[in-house]
Each structure stands twice: as structure tokens, then as C-alpha cells.
Design a protein around this ligand. Sequence first.
Ligand code: FES
Length: 529
Amino acid sequence: MNRDHQDWTQPEPIWRENCTIDSFDPLTEDVTTDVLVVGGGITGITTAYLLTKAGKQVTLVEADELVNGTTGHTTAKVTAQHGLIYHEFRKHFGDEDASLYYQAQMGALRLMEELIDEHSIECDWVKEDANLFATTKQGAIKLEKEYDAYLYLDIPGALTEALPFDMEATKALQMKDQARFHPVKYLAVLVKELKEMGCAIYEQTTATDVKEEDCIYVSTNNHHTITCDKLISCSHFPFYDGKGFYFSRMYAERSYLMAIEPEKEIPEGMYVSIDEPKRTVRTAEYNGKPILLVGGESHKTGEGVDTSFHYKIIEEFAAETFGIKRKLAQWSAQDLTTLDKVPYIGPITRRNKNVFIATGFRKWGMTNGTLAAQLISDYVLGEESLFHELFKPSRFKTDPSMKQFLSQNFDVANHLIDGKLELVADRPERLRKGEGKVIQWRGERAGAFKDDDGQLYMVDTTCTHMGCEVEWNGAERSWDCPCHGSRFSFDGSVMEGPADQPLPDLSQELMPLDEHNHEGQEDQLEESE
Ligand code: FES
């Protein structure tokens, strides 16, 4: 890709550039397998790898292309420093669980190192310290408390006063010996290994429905059935709820990232701010040269202002702090947070022994994804693990889970009701090229987008998952659902679940269009008012 002529309306991570992963055909027949893994990101690929290596017959299906979802849009940090958590976890769960959380993450980091050594994977793996930094007095106090938790839990770290770049910090907290890497280079090798070991992989194959009887029967969008003994959902938001009520126990957040060649010196280490506005900074390799990834601006999915505004803010921050010699790429990522901030990894419900899920990794998908692969492989292979109990999805601790549960479901209920009552005044003929908006169409709320050639697309804005109203995301040209994070392309097709059905297309209600003459379209839109 020539980054000098980048179309900024098409956000694209740097990870795929000059780096490909083997591609696979869609499923074309019914198949039977020991284990079905759904989702081709780091969790699905690592789980399939570990189980295939242990002698299981594994089938892996991915709705899109491998490593094109959350994993493909990561900041690619491998760390146990997941924001300010250890002080909080000690308070809520006790010292033992807080310590187990750290050990589990470091175990995942070591597994990645072992795989890199075993297969001589060249994936720009660099051991570095991770750092949290504060810009306020209150933030500094929080970092001191977090450091106390590090000392108590034997987490190697240090408190410092300054940052190695032009930003005033009141305090910074280091966690030693963490890592960063190139996710596509790493996973491309694991996929090759999987292929050689005989794992069946299908892309463009969406698992749509599950029947649990003597075996598990999974239907796919291409009208085939996969019969398996064990089913593992690694599809970011679980594609199958199995009465686990995951839709009421997680929320989605979107954040933004930019790759730049800075004018100033590149700092070593990885940095995340704890005060608002949140910022993240890390070094990466790009065509053999060090560059910077700078990001932040998290907000609940579907609740942002015009999302292109967030890129503008990140760019201003990058220019002010590092100077921008060249902007290389920008993209956004979506992350899911559980009620108590600990991922859900394990059996989908307390009694289910055959269906497993891995989700709710927050912004730490590389470490948590690898950890999930380890824990679920242990479940499937019948091996005990110290960590199963802590990450088990059926856990429920009254504090903080209940508070978060009520707040999340209050938000969802609001979106269900508010969207329906909202008075929409915008008219579709007022859309400019490249613009999308919620409009009124025959007295109902609808979504309209006019592409760069003037072609108008209209969709029903009621999310096909559970009926919340989607909102326009201008930077990504997508319709995003604020309730559980489903995303749809401008034409209504599914980009990201849990929804597995497209938004109903209202474009066909328009009269047939002359591609070169949009006047007829606009006349008709006037009539519809
Ligand atoms: Fe659940 Fe939209 S994602 S209602």
C-alpha cells in the first residue's frame, strides 16, 4: 500500500502491510469434528493450535478472514499491566485472586515467548517495560496505591516522576519485562503450523445457530452443519449465548489509534495514561524503521460524537507531543468489558461441559486471548488449572458486578426506548457525498448514507440483535449499536457481532436509479416527506 496516497476514510491498520496470512475456502459440506473453534483471531488460532498439537481433531471457522477482527486492529501489547487494577482487585477479590490474575497474564506472555522460540517466529517481539502515567494530583495518588499493590503482590515495578517524552506527568508506574510484537507476523506462522498439523480451517463461514443434543450441531451461513463434541466461541462477542446472558454482562468500547513517523526522538517503552483524556503510546516497527503508535479517545460504542473527530484529536496530541513527520495509518478497535473487568473464560454456563467461551478482554486482547487459549485447552483436555476458578464466566461477586450490571442494563434499556422516541428531522436529500445520518423515511427512523459517487443507501436502524437503535460512525462509515457493540457496514451488512443478520435494506423502496442521474432519486425523496 502506498501510504502517501492513503484514503483516510478507509481506516486500515499497519499490521497487514507486506504481511499475509494463508487464506482458506468457505465450508462447502457438512463436517464432523472433535472440537469446533469459532473465531480466527489470536484466541481462536492459539486454541486450535494447542488442541491440534495435543492430538484433537479441530475445525476452525471464521466469519470473515483470519486475523481481520479485533486482533487485526490491536495495539499489540503483551502485558499484565491492564490499567489500574491490582489495588482494585485486592479490594474486591482478595490478595490471592489479584496475584493469580498477574501470574495468569505472565504465563500467557511466557507461552507466546515459547512459541516464538519453538518456531523461530520473526514478529518484532521486544521486551519492554509497560508504564501507566498520571497528569493530575489525584492520578498520582492512585498510582501510589497501585504501586503498593505491586509491592504486596511481588509484581516487579517502579514509581517514577517523569516521562521520556514531552508531556507533564505527576507520576508514572512501571511494570517490568512486558512485551510488544507484530500480531500478523506471529499468527501467520501459527496458521501455517495448524495447516501442516491437519486442522481444517474455513473462512467466510459464519456460525449462526447451535443445537445441543447428544452432540453439538452448529449451523453456518452457507447452509451446512458442523457436528462436534466441544464448541469453543472465540468470536469476540459470543455468537451463541447458551442462556449465559452475556448481552447483559458486557459493554463495548471503541478507541482510536494512529501510526506516525515522529519528528522527535522515539521513547522506549509502552505508555497508557490513567487520567482523562486517555492516551496510549508505543513504539512499533514499520518497514524496518521504528515508528510510534499513538491512541486513545475511548467511548462506549455508538455513543461518540462524529467519530472522525476522535482521529483529529489524536492527531493534534501526536503533533503537539512528538511532531508528525509522516502520518502512516489510522484505525479503531472495539473492546468488550465484563462487569468486574476480569474476562469470561470457561464453560458458557455453570453446568455446561461442552460449550466454552472466551470474551471480555478489555484492551488487552493479545495477553488475555493467549491466556484464554491455555485455559480452554486445559478444560477440553481434562487438565486442572490454578486459574480456572478466577476466570470462570459463571462467577458473580456482588461487588462490583451488581453495580455494573444495573448500570449497563439501564444504559441498554435507555437505548431501546430513547432510539424509538427520538424525533428525527434530517432529510435524506440533504446528505452530502460521503455523509451518513439518521433520517426520517416515511415517518420512521432510518439510516442513510450517500457514497462518493452519489449513490444513496438506506437501512432500517433497528439492530437485528436485540432491537436497540444503531448510530452512524462517520470515521468508519458504519452503523454501530450502543447496546452490545454490533457493527454494520453502510449498506447494512454485518461487520461485527453479536448480530448475525444484516440491517434490513430500505434502498429497494426507492425507485430504480439511473446510476448517472440521481435527480430521480432526490425527487422521490422529496415526495416521501
Ligand atoms: Fe445487541 Fe445491538 S448489539 S441490540
